[in-house]
Design a protein around this ligand. Structure first.
Ligand code: F6R
Length: 638
């Protein structure tokens, strides 16, 4: 059991309009598959879960209808363990639902694994999404005599539907009535012991599709789970419900229970394409997921009022945070770049001395550490050996430790005293993309919380919360113009060396842009502070050296402009990323503009075109962008 206070205060879920998987599936961590047909359900469900494994998960389970009984098997751990459990305690039946869970709301455990059942064990539900009013509903259900067995928000659905079923025996009507009581998002599949061989699914904000087979019907959150059985699918739209048996399916509106025309589509991707949601690579999919992953990092954490940022257990360690006199971020690679941005923000907003350390250097340096220094590890995987060792060192020296982590239950999450989960969803491409932008967003939330504790004016916080709220839409605006970056990549293909420059908040972005390019395309790229140019790197500049300058209109802008002129005067080729459309086109050889936001948040926007640039150059050079040579996703060795 994780003994640390982590901010599992919400469960992420996709937002925004439903998208066909061909143009990008929303961010979901958990996976759903359901089956009703003539064959044994368990092997089909297991196979489907295996197809969903690539998304990452920490527990799995299934419910199968056996006559008028439901058989449930759940495990904490791998699908192989679920398979072993089923071999040991076989289950038989021709319909069932199954789920892989990536813990976000309650620790990874058997009792938190799906399916969840009602008090009598007669109804089972698997759920992706978040029930925002779960706390209230859980309390009301307890008072009405229901036995709640998990820490999840999802379980309330089973009890609510069971309760409605006493008034409206047909499952689809009970589901419809229950869902009207629920705030939040869901993709669900439900089975009931009393109605054999019928499955009800419903969707609001969490993707779900129905697969139409021969004498069999499927449902899945992801095409890869069912593609081996059928390519004829119906994508549920928000607010729709599907009721199906082996012979077919009816689609209805959840609220009105009125029938909706079936929109049958043919999927023409192979299994691997399906896992990538129709994108050519996981990296591209993850770049495109950023409007949702950023929204997910923010979800439930912007609450309005005088203290508009809520970070769950923050208050439990508020005393250490309040009395802290120094903050040290420690991390590696991309996470270290995010830490740089976080340090600038903490000093600006919370007025606390902050430094950023490469975990690999710091851990061997015998650093000076006082008990009033907070040491914060930043890590996507939560498993990076150096970051883990650095946190361990800080703990041994008596410092409070904190984690900003994507992977729930990971080693660093367990070692730190408290922390924030990114909720960005599993990142499969080796190069970090959506984790970086979510790290910057999480660090902003942290800096605002610290700032409020240390006298930051509410009006200032409000500016930030407004700007944070606008970020997902602004990232989408950039993604909508991705073709411009692709064309730019083609124009830059001949070059083997790049410089990346930035100042202030854009300096870490320049470092990150250069890191992305070198790791993905094996092109040599270096990032520098634009101000450091004249201390050496300027000697490299001639007409063969493309210089990517991150120059949004922020406090450093006038200074960066003069650095750009220095480059131009030496014949360098200037590729400018800016939020300022005016005045830069004459100076720049290439200009890409991003929307405007607060200085501290500009890195979220300016990093996106740089991710796309690295991606397209990598692809055009024939590199394996998802698995660049010599690199591993988690660096668990020194
Ligand atoms: C670069 C990249 C790496 C990681 C670094 C730390 O794209 O992914 O530089 O950022 O290995 O990994 P985490 O964040 O898992 O600790």
């Amino acid at each position: 059991m994780a003994r640390c206070l982590y901010f599992l205060d919400h469960k992420p879920h996709p937002t925004g309009p439903h998208k066909r998987l061909a143009t990008g599936s929303p961010t979901t961590m958990c996976g759903i598959i359901a089956y009703v047909g003539r064959d044994e359900a368990a092997p089909i469900l297991l196979k489907g879960l295996q197809r969903l494994e690539y998304r990452g998960y920490d527990s799995a389970g299934m419910a199968v209808q056996n006559g008028t009984r439901l058989e449930i098997r759940r495990v904490c751990g791998r699908i192989d363990a679920l398979n072993e459990r089923i071999l040991k305690f076989p289950i038989s039946g021709t319909s069932g639902i199954a789920h892989t869970r990536w813990a976000t709301h309650g620790k990874p455990s058997v009792s938190n694994a799906h399916p969840h059942v009602d008090t009598a064990g007669e109804l089972a539900v698997v759920h992706n999404g978040i029930i925002e009013n779960a706390d209230l509903l859980r309390e009301q259900l307890r008072r009405r005599g229901h036995t709640i067995r998990s820490e999840t928000d999802s379980e309330v659905l089973a009890h609510l539907i069971a309760e409605q079923k006493t008034k409206e025996p047909r499952l689809q009507f009970a589901v419809s009535r229950a869902l009207r009581l629920v705030e939040g998002t869901f993709g669900i599949a439900v089975i009931s012991a009393g109605e054999p061989d019928k499955i009800v699914c419903a969707r609001r904000g969490s993707p779900l599709m129905i697969g139409l087979g021969k004498d069999a019907t499927y449902a899945a959150s992801d095409a890869s789970a069912i593609i081996q059985h059928t390519r004829r699918v119906v994508y549920l739209e928000d607010g729709e419900m599907a009721v199906f048996d082996a012979s077919g399916c009816v689609i209805m509106r959840i609220d009105l229970m009125s029938k909706v025309d079936m929109r049958i589509e043919e999927i023409d991707w192979d299994v691997q394409e399906a896992e990538r949601g129709g994108y050519a690579h996981f990296m591209l999919k993850e770049i495109y997921q950023q409007p949702e992953s950023i929204a997910s990092t923010l979800r439930g954490r912007l609450v309005g009022g005088e203290d508009p940022v809520r970070l769950g257990g923050f208050h439990d360690i508020a005393e250490s945070l309040r009395s802290a006199r120094r903050v040290i971020f420690t991390a590696c690679g991309t996470s270290w770049h995010a830490g740089q941005i976080g340090a600038y923000m903490l000093e600006e907003l919370a007025r606390i001395p902050t430094s950023v350390e490469y975990a690999s250097e710091w851990r061997y340096r015998d650093p000076v550490l006082e008990p009033d220094t907070i040491v914060i590890g930043i890590s996507q995987s939560g498993e990076t050996a150096d970051t883990l060792a650095a946190i361990d060192l800080a703990k041994r020296r008596g410092c409070p430790t904190f984690g900003i982590i994507n992977t729930v239950g990971s080693s660093i999450a367990r070692l730190t005293d408290a922390g924030i989960y990114l909720h960005a969803g599993p990142e499969i491409g080796v190069a970090s993309t959506k984790s970086f932008t979510s790290q910057v967003v999480a660090l902003t939330l942290f800096a605002l919380c610290m700032g409020r504790h240390r006298g930051l004016a509410p009006e200032r916080v409000k500016q930030y919360t407004d700007a944070l709220t606008a970020l997902p839409g602004q990232v989408q605006e950039i993604l909508d113009r991705a073709d411009e970056i692709r064309a730019l990549a083609a124009r830059l293909l001949e070059h083997d060396n790049f410089l990346y420059l930035g100042r202030g908040y854009s300096f870490p972005v320049a470092l990150e842009g250069a890191l992305k390019l070198k790791e993905i395309s094996y092109v040599h790229a270096e990032g520098f502070s634009a101000a450091e140019m004249k201390h050496g790197p300027i000697a490299l500049i001639d007409e063969n050296m493309p210089v990517v300058v991150v120059a949004p209109r922020d406090a450093s802008y006038p200074k960066v402009l003069s650095n750009m002129q220095e480059v131009k005067a030496r014949g360098g080729r200037l590729i400018t990323i800016s939020s300022e459309p005016n005045g830069l086109s004459e100076l720049s050889d290439e200009l890409f503009t991003v929307p405007h936001t607060l200085d501290a948040l500009l890195p979220v926007l300016t990093s996106v075109p740089l991710q796309l640039l690295a991606y397209h150059i990598g692809v055009m050079r024939g590199c394996d962008v998802d698995k660049p040579r010599n690199l591993a996703k988690s660096v668990t060795v020194e």
